[in-house]
Design a protein around this ligand. Structure first.
Ligand code: PEP
Ligand code: MG
Length: 886
C-alpha cells in the first residue's frame, strides 16, 4: 500500500523527493537531536495524486488522523481541545525551495471556543486572540480565496482608529473585534462560514497547500527557475510553538554565512513577539540577529551552537527559521541556503580551505551562469556622486531602469522593451511577475532575509532592500528622499546591489572585479579568489577543450587571455563589409571572368591581412577559418532603398544613376524568399567561380607569411552548410588545388586540415559518408536547430516563442539551450557515424550553444573534443566543461 505520511522521526535529508526540502530537513534536524517541534509530512506523492484526480487519495486522510493522534498523545492535548488546544502549522515544502510561492496556514485548531481555552491555559488573552486572528486571516485568504488586501485594510483601519503604530499596540479586545470582522468578511466574500471544526480546518488547509502548487505565482516561479511542473509539494503538519507569546518570544531567520557576499559569520534578522511570517513580510522592522544576544543570551548561544552543527553536517551555507517561545529555542526549518553568485564562489573556496569539502565538491557548487553574472560591468563609483538613498546590499550587481511602483506596470513596460526598477515598500509573493520583469528591486522596508531579498537573490536579480530613508508612495507612484527629492514613476534610477545604494539617472559602468581578474590575473577579493580557484580546478579536470568564435585579432587576443585554446569559428563575412562592400558589389556585378577576377584580386590582400592578424594573435593554436557563408545579396544595398532612389530621380525628371539601376537589377535577380535556405555556404562557393580560391589563397598566403615571420600558424579550413558529401568533395578539391598552388609558388609545404560544419539534418544523417572527406566536424547548432525544428532563427523569438514558453512546450529557447532529444540525437548520430568512418575525426561545436552551461554538459557527454563560443563565454565554458567532467 502507498504510504502518504511520514513522521519527522521517520525521514531524512535524502528523502526530499518524497518529503519536500522542508519535510526532509525537519526530519534530518530531528535525527540530529536539534529542538524541532514534533510533526509529520504528507508526501509529494499524495499531492500529485490529489492534483491528478481532484480528490484526496484513498487512505490519506486516515493516515493523517492516525499521525495526528500520535502528535496529540505526545503533546498531551487534542487538536483544538476546548480548554487547552493543541495547534498545528500547515506548511508547503517542495523538492526545490520556492520561497513564499506557496501557502502556509498557522494556528490551525483555534475556534470560538478553543481561543478562550488558549487564553486561559497561556494566561494571555492578547496572545490567544492574536493567534486566532492570524488563523482566520491566513485561512481566509489561503484556503477560502479571499483577497488578502481586504484583511490588511481592516487591520490598517483598526490601527488608525486605535492610533496604534503597529500590531503590538492592539489589545485583546481589538484583536477579538478583528476576528469578528475577518469572519464577516469571509462570509460576505464567499457565502461560507469560517469552519469551526479543527479537523476540517486541517483537511482543508492541507488540500489548499496542495492546490497552491498550481497557483499562478508558483507556476511563474517554476518556469523562471526551470523547476519541473510535475513534482508537487509536500505538506508539513507541525505542533505550533509561539513566537507571539510576549516580549520574551519571537521569530527569526538566519544564515550561517552572508548569502550576499559569502563572508563567514552569523547573519540574519529577528523580530520579537512575532510569528514566522512576520519576519519576512516586513510588517515591523526586524533587528539584526546579533541583537538577540542582548535580548536572550541563552537562546542566542544555543542558536549559534545549532547553526554550527548544521553547517558542519551539511558542509554548506545553511539558512534556518527559528522561534523562541518564552526563552525556549525551536528550530522550524533549515536548508542549504540560496546565495548570490559572489557568495557561491567565495564560500566554495572557503569551505575547501576549512577542509569541509573537496575541490571537486567546490566546483560542483558554482556555475557558469553565476560566473557570467560576475563578469557583468559594475557602476563606476568614481563618478556616481551622492546617492539618493542607501539600503542593504541584498543582491549584487548594477542595474539601471525607470522607477515603477507596481508589479503590473513593471510587466507592461518591460514587455514594451523598457528597462524598469520595481520600487515597493516591501514585496509580497504577488509581486513576482514584476520582479521577474524588472532589472532590479528596491524596497524601503525589510531586512536581507525579506521576501524581496530572498527572491531577488534566487533569481540573480539586483536588489537593494530596507532603504529606510526613502518614503515610497505607492498610490501616488513616486518616492521621496529626506532632502526632498521626488522621484516620479518613469524616472531613470541606478541601483547598486553590491553596495546597497540608489542613484538618480544612469550611472556609467566599469569592468567588474571578476572581469579584471580574467583580463589581468589580479585577484582583488575573496570572490575573485574563489573564481580563480574554480577555474583552475575546472581546467585541471576537463576533457573538453574550449575555443572561441572570433573574427578580429582583438577578439582573438581577448579570447586567448580568457583561456581559449584556439579559434573554433572565424566567420569571414564581416571581412566583406564596410568599405570592402564596393569590391563585393563589383564581384557580384561582374559580367566577365576578367572583371570578377579583378574584384577578387582586390579583395585578396585585404583578406590575407585579416587572417595574418588573427593567426598571429592565436599563434601556436588552431584557428578554424570558415569559408564565406551568407547569401551574396546581403552585401548589396537594400531593395527598397534603391527602388526609392530610382523612383525619386525619375519623379524629378532625371535619369536614375545607371549604377543604381544595375544594382537593383542584381538585387532582383538574386532575391530569395528563404535566403537562409538558399544560395549560401558551400553552395555559394560551388557556383561563384573564384570565390573559394580567393579565400583559400588568402589563408595560405597568410600562413606562409606567418611562418616566414617565425610564427606557428595552425589554420584549418572549414566548409559551411554542407548537406551531401559530393558538395564537400568538390569544395575540398578546390581548396587542395589552391594549397598546392601556393606551396609550389612559395616553396613552403602547406597542410591545412579541411573539415566541415555539420549544420543540416542531412549532414548529420550522412555523417559517415561526409567524414570520408572531412578531417574535422564542427556542429553549427544554430542552423542545425533552425533546420531540425523548422524554426527561422531570425524570426521566432519575436513571433511566438514567448507563447511557447508560457505553454511549457519548452523551458528555454532551443536556440539558447540545446534540444537534447531532437538536435542532440542528430549530433550523437553524427559523432558515432563520423568516428566510425574516421576514428581520428576531430569534433567540436561552434553554435551559440557552445557557451551555454547546460549544453556544454551535453557536448561533454556526447564525446566532442571541444566547444567554441564567444570570447566572453570562454570562462563560462571552461568552468562548465570542468563541472561536466566531475
Ligand atoms: C551555426 O549555424 O551554428 C553557426 C555557427 O554558423 P552561423 O551562426 O554563422 O550560421
Ligand atoms: Mg550556420
Amino acid at each position: 500500500m502507498v504510504r502518504y505520511v511520514y513522521e519527522f522521526t521517520d525521514g531524512g535529508r535524502d528523502m526530499a523527493d518524497l518529503l519536500g526540502g522542508k519535510g526532509a530537513n525537519l526530519a534530518e534536524m530531528t535525527r540530529l537531536g536539534l529542538p524541532v517541534p514534533s510533526g509529520f509530512t504528507v508526501t509529494t506523492e499524495a499531492c500529485r495524486a490529489f492534483l491528478a484526480s481532484g480528490s484526496e487519495p484513498e487512505g490519506m486522510l486516515q493516515e493523517v488522523s492516525r499521525h495526528l493522534s500520535v502528535l496529540e498523545k505526545s503533546a498531551g492535548r487534542l487538536l483544538g481541545q476546548r480548554d487547552d488546544p493543541l495547534l498545528v502549522s500547515v506548511r508547503s515544502g517542495a523538492r526545490f525551495s520556492m520561497p513564499g510561492m506557496m501557502e502556509t496556514v498557522l494556528d490551525i485548531g483555534l475556534n470560538d471556543e478553543s481561543v478562550l481555552g488558549l487564553a486561559k491555559a497561556s494566561g494571555s488573552d492578547r496572545f490567544a486572540w492574536d493567534s486566532y486572528r492570524r488563523l482566520v486571516q491566513m485561512f481566509g485568504s489561503t484556503v477560502m480565496g479571499v483577497d488578502s488586501a481586504l484583511f490588511d485594510e481592516a487591520m490598517t483601519l483598526l490601527k488608525e482608529t486605535r492610533e496604534a503604530p503597529d500590531d503590538l499596540h492592539l489589545d485583546a479586545n481589538d484583536l477579538a473585534w478583528l476576528v469578528e470582522t475577518y469572519k464577516r468578511l469571509i462570509h460576505d466574500q464567499t457565502g461560507q462560514e469560517f469552519p469551526q471544526s479543527p479537523a476540517e480546518q486541517l483537511r482543508l488547509a492541507i488540500l489548499a497547500v496542495f492546490r497552491s502548487w498550481n497557483g499562478e505565482r508558483a507556476r511563474l516561479y517554476r518556469r523562471r527557475e526551470h523547476i519541473p511542473d510535475d513534482l508537487g509539494t509536500a505538506v508539513t503538519v507541525q505542533r505550533m510553538v509561539y513566537g507571539n507569546r510576549g516580549t520574551d518570544s519571537g521569530s527569526g531567520v538566519a544564515f550561517t554565512r552572508d548569502p550576499a557576499t559569502g563572508r563567514p559569520g552569523l547573519y540574519g534578522d529577528y523580530l520579537s513577539n512575532a510569528q514566522g511570517e512576520d519576519v519576512v513580510a516586513g510588517i515591523r522592522n526586524t533587528v539584526p540577529l546579533a541583537d538577540l544576544e542582548r535580548l536572550d543570551a541563552d537562546s542566542y548561544r544555543r542558536l549559534l551552537d545549532h547553526m554550527g552543527t548544521l553547517e558542519r553536517h551539511y558542509r554548506d551555507l545553511c539558512d534556518i527559521e527559528f522561534t523562541i517561545e518564552r526563552g525556549t529555542l525551536w528550530m522550524l526549518q533549515t536548508r542549504v541556503g540560496k546565495r548570490t553568485a559572489e557568495a557561491a564562489f567565495a564560500i566554495a573556496a572557503e569551505l575547501v580551505d576549512e577542509g569541509q569539502i573537496t575541490p571537486e565538491e567546490a566546483l560542483a557548487r558554482v556555475g557558469g551562469d553565476g560566473l557570467a553574472r560576475l563578469m557583468f560591468p559594475r557602476f563606476d563609483t568614481a563618478v556616481t556622486g551622492d546617492a539618493l538613498a542607501h539600503g542593504l546590499p541584498a543582491s549584487p550587481g548594477a542595474a539601471v531602469g525607470a522607477a515603477v511602483f507596481d508589479s503590473a506596470e513593471a510587466v507592461r513596460r518591460a514587455a514594451a522593451g523598457e528597462k524598469v526598477v520595481l520600487v515597493r515598500q516591501e514585496t509580497t509573493p504577488d509581486d513576482l511577475p514584476g520582479m521577474v520583469a524588472a532589472e532590479a528591486v528596491l524596497t524601503s522596508r525589510g531586512g536581507k532575509t525579506s521576501h524581496a531579498a530572498v527572491v531577488a537573490r534566487g533569481m540573480g536579480k539586483v536588489c537593494v532592500c530596507g532603504a529606510e530613508e526613502l518614503t515610497v508612495h505607492t498610490e501616488a507612484r513616486r518616492f521621496t528622499t529626506p532632502d526632498g527629492t521626488v522621484v516620479e514613476q518613469g524616472t531613470v534610477i541606478s541601483v547598486d546591489g553590491s553596495v546597497g545604494a540608489v542613484y538618480a539617472g544612469e550611472v556609467p559602468l566599469v569592468a567588474s572585479a571578476a572581469m579584471r581578474y580574467l583580463e589581468t590575473g589580479e585577484e582583488s577579493d575573496s570572490v575573485v579568489a574563489g573564481v580563480a580557484r574554480a577555474l583552475q580546478h575546472a581546467d585541471s579536470v576537463r576533457r573538453l577543450e574550449v575555443r572561441a568564435n572570433a573574427d578580429t585579432p582583438e577578439d582573438a587576443a581577448r579570447a586567448r587571455r580568457f583561456g581559449a585554446q584556439g579559434i573554433g569559428l572565424c566567420r569571414t563575412e564581416h571581412m566583406f563589409l564596410g568599405e570592402r562592400r564596393k569590391l563585393v558589389e563589383r564581384m557580384i556585378l561582374a559580367r566577365t571572368d576578367a572583371e570578377r577576377d579583378q574584384a577578387l584580386n582586390a579583395l585578396l590582400p585585404l583578406q590575407r591581412q585579416d587572417f595574418a592578424g588573427i593567426l598571429e594573435a592565436m599563434d601556436g593554436l588552431p584557428v578554424t577559418i570558415r569559408l564565406l557563408d551568407p547569401p551574396l545579396h546581403e552585401f548589396l544595398p537594400d531593395h527598397t532603398e534603391l527602388a526609392v532612389r530610382i523612383a525619386a530621380a525619375e519623379a524629378r525628371g532625371e535619369q536614375p544613376d545607371p549604377h543604381d539601376v544595375e544594382l537593383l537589377d542584381a538585387v532582383n535577380r538574386m532575391h530569395e524568399e528563404n535566403p537562409m535556405l538558399g544560395l549560401r555556404g558551400v553552395r555559394l562557393g560551388l557556383v561563384v567561380p573564384g570565390l573559394v580560391a580567393m579565400q583559400v589563397r588568402a589563408i595560405a598566403e597568410a600562413v606562409v607569411a606567418r611562418m616566414r615571420a617565425g610564427g606557428s600558424p595552425e589554420a584549418e579550413i572549414m566548409v559551411p552548410l554542407v548537406g551531401a558529401v559530393e558538395e564537400l568533395r568538390l569544395a575540398r578539391e578546390e581548396v587542395e588545388r589552391v594549397l598546392a598552388e601556393v606551396t609550389a609558388e612559395t616553396g613552403v609545404p602547406l597542410h591545412c586540415p579541411v573539415g566541415t560544419m555539420i549544420e543540416l539534418p542531412r549532414a548529420a544523417l550522412t555523417a559517415g559518408r561526409i567524414a570520408e572527406e572531412a578531417e574535422f566536424f564542427s556542429f553549427g547548432t544554430n542552423d542545425l536547430t533552425q533546420t531540425t525544428w523548422g524554426f527561422s532563427r531570425d524570426d521566432v523569438e519575436a513571433a511566438f516563442f514567448s507563447a511557447y514558453l508560457d505553454k511549457g512546450i519548452f523551458a528555454t529557447s532551443p536556440f539558447e539551450t540545446l534540444d537534447r532529444d531532437g538536435v542532440g540525437r542528430l549530433i550523437r548520430i553524427a559523432v558515432d557515424e563520423g568516428r566510425a568512418a574516421r576514428p581520428d575525426l576531430k569534433i567540436g561545436v561552434c553554435g551559440e550553444h557552445g557557451g551555454d552551461p547546460e549544453s556544454v554538459h551535453f557536448f561533454h557527454a556526447a564525446g566532442l573534443d571541444y566547444v567554441s563560443c564567444s570570447p566572453f563565454r570562454v570562462p563560462v565554458a571552461r568552468l562548465e566543461a570542468g563541472r561536466a567532467a566531475l
